[in-house]
Design a protein around this ligand. Structure first.
Ligand SMILES: *[C@@H]1O[C@H](CO)[C@@H](O)[C@H](O)[C@H]1NC(C)=O
Ligand SMILES: *[C@@H]1O[C@H](CO)[C@@H](O)[C@H](O)[C@H]1NC(C)=O
Ligand SMILES: *[C@@H]1O[C@H](CO)[C@@H](O)[C@H](O)[C@H]1NC(C)=O
Length: 402
């Protein structure tokens, strides 16, 4: 383990203090020479500040800062928050094989202070109901800030790396989870994006990680598809944080994008840099985001942007899942067109991945978050208790429609 980790372990703080936003909290800084550490190495552990144990009925909550790798394959860092289920998980024996879920919250924002490790201190957080439900089942739940230190919303490579390294970090942090605990990932929508990228990058980036399964709800298989689907609609506010998140690691593309903003509405567009999901959805609701650009929506697909779109936004080109995968989505998803998901699943199946694809003929994207959750929990339960393997692993791909 990286030498600095010992140093920071010694400084494990007692928690209970007032949460400070990541942009101002010195705890959110990688140590000197962090670049030489290995992906997943733990730099800092602390009791999470504030009142999360009461808000999410858990017995303890920790923040872990760890080494990861950004979209350009340069050393970076990220934070995860580990929630211990209610009860008394301090006694190691009964919990030595407790299920370990990495749950990807769709925070969908280009604002570092809207990352789950801080956002969850707010009294109401959208799309968070699966976290207390998982804890109530006795699962240990890690919630990574997978967009990383630049809040690179919709950047697939960074998201996947941060998720995988968060699993490594939790296993290494000495808080009660180790490599013997069955580990699975679960995310919906923006969280499904992170889950899928972790699944497809796993074999190339973290092949030693034993992931028992990955549940992927309504993934953003093709970000530009979602851009066209939501523009001028209630969720048009997904677009500015996505464009800013995508270019956050590509200075040339970012400079180009900003240079194409019309001066009179530039500030309104760039305000997305300090907006949570809720705030940008309100600010841009129903708007034509193309109207912010001198050349309209064509500007965001200009040659200067091609590298970013190509590297970060198309699933299924960076690897195939080695672990069992559960994909679920509404057939009438109006935000992420299901055809792209179906094509992704078909590609995975053609090369031998193990996929269950559950389609739902009722409801749309937002409804499926709740409607699809029981199926995902059933699948994850079977992954954790080992019954999935006996039933499905030999079958290969299964596609269901209800
Ligand atoms: C902590 O959270 C609980 C449950 O949400 C709430 O009842 C209580 O008022 C909170 N306490 C503080 C100090 O915020
Ligand atoms: C928290 O979880 C425990 C164990 O499942 C349960 O007994 C208790 O009622 C829960 N507390 C709240 C406030 O929901
Ligand atoms: C992504 O979606 C856009 C818009 O629907 C489409 O034009 C493009 O061909 C898609 N790209 C891929 C790689 O599927």
């Amino acid at each position: 383990m990286f030498a600095a980790a010992l140093l920071f372990f010694a400084g494990l703080s007692a928690g209970g203090s007032t949460p400070i936003p990541p942009s101002k909290d010195p705890w959110y800084a990688a140590p000197m020479r962090f670049e030489s550490a290995s992906p997943g190495d733990v730099f800092k552990v602390r009791r999470a500040p504030g009142n999360l144990t009461a808000m999410y009925n858990s017995s303890a909550v920790y923040n872990i800062l760890f080494r990861t790798t950004d979209s350009l394959y340069q050393p970076s860092w990220a934070v995860t928050t580990l929630y211990l289920p209610p009860g008394d998980p301090s006694r190691p024996a009964p919990h030595s094989a407790a299920p370990f879920l990495t749950w990807l919250h769709p925070y969908d924002s280009n604002y570092i202070d809207a990352s789950p490790s801080f956002l969850f201190h707010q009294p109401t957080v959208p799309f968070v109901q699966d976290l207390p439900a998982a804890l109530a089942r006795g699962w240990w739940v890690s919630v990574p800030d997978y967009e990383g230190p630049k809040a690179s919303f919709t950047a697939g490579v960074t998201s996947g790396h941060a998720v995988l390294d968060s699993v490594r970090a939790v296993q290494a942090a000495g808080l009660g989870i180790n490599k013997r605990n069955p580990a699975a990932l679960w995310g919906y929508s923006g969280g499904g994006l992170a889950a899928e990228w972790a699944a497809e990058l796993h074999a190339g980036y973290a092949p030693e990680l034993n992931l028992a399964g990955v549940a992927i709800g309504s993934p953003v298989v093709n970000v530009s598809n979602v851009l066209y689907n939501v523009n001028r609609k209630p969720l048009a506010g997904l677009i500015p944080p996505s464009l800013l998140g995508l270019t956050s690691q590509y200075p040339d593309a970012e400079k180009y994008l900003v240079s194409r903003l019309k001066p009179e509405t530039k500030a309104a567009f760039l305000a997305a840099r300090t907006q949570s999901w809720t705030e940008s959805i309100q600010a841009f609701s129903g708007q034509d985001i193309g109207a912010y650009f001198v050349g309209g929506l064509a500007d965001v697909f200009a040659p200067e942007m091609r590298l970013v779109w190509g590297r970060e936004t198309y699933m299924g080109h960076h690897g195939v899942p080695w672990m069992p995968v559960y994909v679920y989505q509404a057939v009438h998803d109006e935000i992420a067109t299901i055809d792209y998901t179906a094509a992704l699943v078909e590609n995975f199946c053609r090369v031998g991945s193990n996929v269950v694809f559950q389609k739902n003929t009722a409801g749309g994207h937002l409804e499926e978050l709740a409607a699809g959750a029981p199926g995902a929990v059933r699948w994850l339960t079977s992954i954790f208790d080992g019954t999935y393997e006996q039933k499905y692993l030999s079958i290969g791909c299964s596609i269901f429609e209800t």
